[in-house]
Design a protein around this ligand. Structure first.
Ligand SMILES: Cc1ncc(COP(=O)(O)O)c(C=O)c1O
Length: 482
């Protein structure tokens, strides 16, 4: 409840610091998901100061706050220039918008594609199965059909022929990733863009994750296939600045090859008694804070800074991948092409969920990925430059964690739980049942230290049941504090 007389500033800040103690460490190079840390001293302070300068500026009206418009236009220019657009390029008319994150950029790419084709009664999008879940969210929110195209279990990419075959008369957008989040592989963008263009359909490249690193990796000699506006048929690209541009959270850029393509992304409304509203993005009132922080980060790190950080990250990826290759019973899902290391187990006695817990116990926070179609359970590492100083410690810890996981053996669910997972339908899940299940799994006050049992249970459940379980579980966590 709100305090009657308020709380002194220092005490509030202290409260926040104490709350933060339970969080995963955002610095230190041992967290392989959620955060993107360049390990550059002073950058946090710069971002915070820039954020504070513009926190109360409102992106609702660019004419009232030209500072924000100027910074947004600069960010779009920086992203467009990096991704094959701008004066003198093959895509001189590139325009864009600054959004709050990758999910919003993808929702808006789908909205623009849908609203450009008002004559279609049941618009659909074609997305590789490896495409980010945000495409499914966009399809759901915008009531657009979702056609997913399977990926090859070896290359982890969709084939161009399968993508072409999935395009139908109601298709408004074909999407691909550069690279995919789960495995970090770049889809065959040129081929996909070509078949989309031949069908007269827009092609979006989701470069939210790696769009800021791929151009630098290419400059360092890594073989990066064409994926940006230099590819004919690519109509839009998303790139998240809060990922590998290392800006504080809340900033992504959605680029379109020209203003006509962007226009249906906007929403305007003049038919009410208040101010006439025009929103390029989903939010109406928007804080200038994240935009100013991103502007400061990009300006400060500069082109050379990003090149250096990409080189450091590439080296760290190489060391991590070598560590995985060095362990009997582990296999890389794909040779790293960008900044993801993803591996699976080839030994039934080596349970990856147990291994993830063992790594956590040794201070390495990795991300388990449940099995999907014919893809096995895997472990995902998003690698950032901050890992470099610690990377040599990973190999020995991995070997140690593997030995411990082998010794512990695979998780065996109790017969009751297996029967429950097999018999439950999503509709049958009541809040009471979930409460009982969460308590039984030790999830009462949030995730326990060891998640292997929970992950095994989720892995055993079909996707629809997983979704429902997670919705109910997070609903249990999100209860007001009085
Ligand atoms: C390829 C890709 N697209 C989209 C997203 C969604 O981004 P956000 O979490 O910023 O909404 C992500 C996030 O990891 C991603 O990796």
């Amino acid at each position: 409840m709100i305090d009657k007389n308020g709380v002194p500033a220092e005490r509030v800040l202290d409260e926040i610091r104490r709350l933060r103690v339970g969080d995963r460490p955002v610095h230190g190079g041992r967290l392989f998901a959620y955060v993107y840390d360049p390990g550059v001293g002073g950058l946090d302070e710069l971002g915070a100061a820039a954020y504070a300068e513009s926190a109360h500026v409102n992106g609702l009206d660019p004419t009232a706050f030209p500072s924000l418009l100027a910074m947004e236009n600069w960010l779009v220019g920086a992203a467009g220039g990096l991704l094959g657009g701008g004066p003198g390029s093959a895509a001189p008319d590139v325009v864009g918008s600054v959004t709050s994150g990758g999910t919003e950029s993808l929702i808006l790419a789908v909205k623009a594609a849908r609203d450009a084709r008002p004559e279609l009664t049941a618009p659909r999008i074609v997305v590789p199965a490896s495409g980010h879940a945000a495409f499914a969210k966009a399809a759901h929110l915008l009531r657009v059909g979702l056609d997913t195209v399977p990926v090859d279990p070896v290359t982890l990419r969709p084939s161009v022929a399968d993508m072409a075959a999935a395009i139908g008369p109601q298709t408004v957008l074909v999407a691909c990733s550069a690279p995919s989040y789960a495995h970090g592989v770049v889809d065959p963008v040129a081929g996909i863009a070509q078949v989309a263009a031949a069908a007269g359909v827009r092609c979006h490249v989701d470069a939210c994750f790696g769009g800021w690193t791929l151009p630098y990796l290419r400059r360092l000699g890594v073989p990066v296939p064409p994926f940006d506006f230099t590819v004919d048929g690519v109509t839009s690209i998303s790139v998240d600045l809060h990922k590998y541009a290392y800006a504080p959270k809340g900033v992504s850029v959605l680029l379109h090859r020209d203003p006509t393509l962007r226009s249906p992304q906007y929403f305007a409304y003049a038919d009410w008694p208040g101010y006439t509203m025009v929103n390029p993005v989903l939010a109406s009132t928007r804080s200038g804070g994240p935009i100013a922080a991103a502007y400061a980060t990009l300006r400060h790190l500069g082109d050379d800074g990003y090149l250096r950080l990409a080189a450091t990250t590439r080296d760290a990826v190489g060391t991590l991948a070598a560590a995985v290759r060095g362990v009997d019973g582990l296999r890389l899902m794909a040779e790293p092409e960008a900044t993801v290391v993803c591996f699976t187990s080839t030994d039934p006695a080596l349970d990856l969920f147990v291994l993830v817990d063992e790594l956590t116990a040794r201070g390495w926070h990795t991300q388990p990925q449940l099995r999907y179609a014919d893809l096995p359970v895997s472990v995902h590492l998003t690698v950032t430059a901050s890992v470099a100083p610690r990377v040599a410690e990973f190999g020995p810890d991995l070997a140690d964690a593997v030995a411990a996981a082998r010794q512990a053996g695979p998780v065996e669910l109790s017969a009751d739980l297996v029967a429950l997972a097999g018999s439950l339908t999503p509709e049958a899940l009541t809040p009471d049942l979930i409460g009982g299940l969460a308590a039984g799994l030790g999830l009462g006050a949030g995730p326990p230290d060891r998640m292997a049992v929970v992950n095994t249970l989720l892995d055993a459940a079909p996707a629809a049941l997983r979704e429902r379980l997670l919705v109910e579980f997070v609903g249990l966590l999100q209860r007001p504090t009085w």
